[in-house]
Design a protein around this ligand. Structure first.
Ligand code: GLU
Length: 324
């Protein structure tokens, strides 16, 4: 969070070579939200939140911008103080707070991490070229697969799944690390056979791929996956409805996580309060900002998928409104 003094009534008078400037009239607080690639849904979450916040800048003096990144990068950015808030998968929120993923979070437990609210569900989504012959998740072995860029949530979740499946990167003919915004083009240019994206639906990336070339969504529901879900509260089985994308008319069964909005104790409770207020006071408008938000329910948003404690500023708003 950076504070800038906006000189709204600066009177600069030159008197015999001496410049005098009036005292600043107001202080603006700039906050940055970490999101994800432009064709995903996180970017839309950040955009929607900032839009609602920036409508009220004249009242609260907060200005909001959002950057790309992905779950793990966002959480580490908050920890480093580069970001004030961010969107992150529920599994990575859990691991960051509890210190259970040393590869993603080498500094151990992030005890200052705070949950703000949860957003849309994110199924673990596998999309394959039709001509690749991939019909089941197990068929990925030996193929060219985009496993996602380091720092993204899907890359981390893919690594968890690979470990459970007994796979290493060497089990693929190619394991590419393209960003989510690049993967649809790579699939349709036949640079990879399949892409993996943990993301809300519908989203631009899967739409782009399924309208540009023949591609099908693949079930991820074998016994290894079912056991993984059973053993971890932050995973659940999930369905991607048939007919949402070209080429996939049947429902697709997979597992998934929830997208959550997080911050840290370092971010001023008053700022978090104002951001939560901007979203929840106008929740119907927020829900219309992206089809993946259509089924959001405010009760579930403040209870589901949150493993870190609620941020003090968020809790203040929820209590004031009698929501908790
Ligand atoms: N779940 C993905 C991640 O954590 C991002 C999904 C999106 O961009 O909507 O990196």
């Amino acid at each position: 969070m950076r504070k800038f003094f906006a000189v709204t009534a600066a009177a600069v008078t030159a008197l015999g070579g001496i410049s005098l400037m009036s005292a600043p009239a107001s202080a603006e607080t700039f906050i940055t939200i970490g999101t994800g690639g432009q064709t995903g849904v996180y970017y839309q979450v950040g955009g929607a939140i900032c839009k609602l916040v920036n409508r009220g800048t004249k009242d609260h003096d907060i200005k909001c911008t959002h950057t790309t990144g992905g779950s793990v990068k966002n959480i580490n950015g908050i920890r480093a103080g580069d970001l004030d808030m961010g969107v992150a998968q529920s599994d990575w929120q859990y691991h960051a707070y509890n210190g259970t993923a040393p590869k993603q979070f080498p500094d151990g437990k992030f005890e200052e991490l705070r949950a703000v609210f949860s957003v849309h569900p994110e199924p673990f989504t596998v999309l394959a070229r039709k001509d690749s012959g991939i019909k089941t998740f197990e068929d990925l072995k030996g193929k060219r697969v985009n496993v996602g860029n380091p720092g993204s949530g899907q890359r981390g979740t893919m690594e968890v799944v690979m470990e459970k499946m007994g796979w290493t990167m060497d089990d693929f003919a190619l394991a590419s690390e393209l960003k989510s915004s690049e993967q649809a083009a790579a699939l349709c240019d036949n640079k990879v056979d399949a892409i993996v994206f943990t993301v809300g639906h519908p989203n631009g990336s899967i739409k782009e791929a399924t309208t540009s070339c023949d591609a099908v969504l693949v079930n991820v529901n074998n016994d290894v996956i079912k056991k993984l879900v059973e053993d971890n509260a932050f995973y659940a089985m999930a369905t991607i409805p048939g007919g949402m994308y070209n080429g996939t008319d049947e429902d697709v069964e997979t597992f998934g996580v929830g997208a959550t909005f997080v911050s840290s104790t370092r971010t001023d409770p008053e700022v978090v309060y104002q951001i939560v207020k901007a979203v929840f006071d106008d929740i119907e408008r927020f829900k219309k900002m992206h089809p993946a938000f259509a089924n959001l329910d405010t009760k579930r948003m403040i209870t589901n998928n949150l493993s870190a404690p609620l941020h003090e500023g968020a809790a203040r708003y929820y209590k004031e409104k009698g929501m908790m």
